[in-house]
Design a protein around this ligand. Sequence first.
Ligand SMILES: NC(=O)C1=CN([C@@H]2O[C@H](COP(=O)(O)OP(=O)(O)OC[C@H]3O[C@@H](n4cnc5c(N)ncnc54)[C@H](OP(=O)(O)O)[C@@H]3O)[C@@H](O)[C@H]2O)C=CC1
Ligand SMILES: CC1=C(/C=C/C(C)=C/C=C/C(C)=C/C=O)C(C)(C)CCC1
Length: 390
Amino acid sequence: MEPEQVREILKGREQCLWSTWHNAWHQEVLRRKFFAGGVCRTTVQVPGKVVVITGANTGIGKETARELARRGARVYIACRDVLKGESAASEIRADTKNSQVLVRKLDLSDTRSIRAFAEGFLAEEKQLHILINNAGVMMFSHSKTTDGFEINLGVNHLGHFLLTYLLLERLKESAPARVVNLSSVTHHLGKIHFHNFRGEEPYRWGFAYCHSKLANLLFTRELAKRIQGTGVTTYAVHPGIVRSELARHSFLCCLFWRLFSYFLKSVQEGAQTSLHCALAEGLEPLSGKYFRYVQAAQVPPPPVCLVRHRAPWDPEWLSLCRIVESRFGLGLQTKYCQFFSRGTYIRNLAKVAFLYLRASFPVTARGPGCLQGPEITKQLSACGMSAVSF
Ligand SMILES: NC(=O)C1=CN([C@@H]2O[C@H](COP(=O)(O)OP(=O)(O)OC[C@H]3O[C@@H](n4cnc5c(N)ncnc54)[C@H](OP(=O)(O)O)[C@@H]3O)[C@@H](O)[C@H]2O)C=CC1
Ligand SMILES: CC1=C(/C=C/C(C)=C/C=C/C(C)=C/C=O)C(C)(C)CCC1
């Protein structure tokens, strides 16, 4: 072959390589521009600050933990599988040269484990500056927590609610401090079914996760009100649609995730909004807000579904009240669970089930025996809720 011909072939190959590389680069730029969402730009360092992140052995939580460790924090990875946690922690320690990455057991589907974690942590640490309620499950089949709650609601919301409640005093003592709750854009499809926390009604396939993420959002709002002025602030986060292990419990969902993986965020990109809410200066006036793409966003008031009017002496209802009372220490009186007039019942239904959720609720009511609009409006407004529409 003539040297000239060889040169031509090599040049062609070079061009081909160049254009492949260029296309890939171009695609990545486009992907980042349109799908990656924002970037946490704060340069704040947090040496000596104490952080707890739930479910940080993988996914968004692990990347959040990595970045906080890089910035000097002492990071507690609170996870249900200590071996997985240790493997993530040693990776983070090696990567960030921060030896203060610790692993503790926490199973959010078991209130005893949550209490044991909180007890151990409070004995060990005198300060807590950042709590990131990150762990989550997206379960499509019907299963329950150890305490008998529907699994999505139990782990994603009730478990984190109890954890926050148990650590709140330590957060207040360490103020300024923050609580970041991982919610999701899917909260738009969620409803609060006060009467069905145990998931006994016909299971609405796929929606239980959305209900739990709405609960995360409402919890953030109400918590912000309750801790106003304490120096502790709280934020709800939608991390974007992220290539993590969240879809692992459904074959179809995994397939969907694979097919659309080009459009999904990486876990590093998914951690940006959590990091922003944990670190950025000057966010205090935005306490209680919902953040996505590293920015605060407005959310329309969520619907609350009072599907059926249950008799207040219903044993299931009584036992729910007692569980909420004993497990969550809301200071409810057992007399609340006794006989009520219909109006008081509705008021307490709302109060007991989500006592801390004083959002602006439009209510949809259907099914036999449900109360009529004006009556519910009156009762809800008596306990600080509003905007009922039928
Ligand atoms: N990925 C996405 O597109 C989106 C995610 N989110 C939210 O972001 C958060 C992080 O999810 P992501 O990183 O994507 O998902 P992953 O599945 O990758 O991580 C979830 C983490 O939660 C842990 N976890 C699950 N159940 C429990 C439990 N009972 N007790 C303690 N830890 C538990 C998992 O532990 P283990 O590994 O042992 O199972 C894992 O560490 C979740 O709250 C999710 O709802 C919100 C919107 C979109
Ligand atoms: C509609 C639909 C699916 C898609 C589910 C998706 C897309 C879930 C997304 C969840 C997110 C974004 C959670 C974040 O918090 C399946 C399971 C493939 C099955 C067929 C019906």
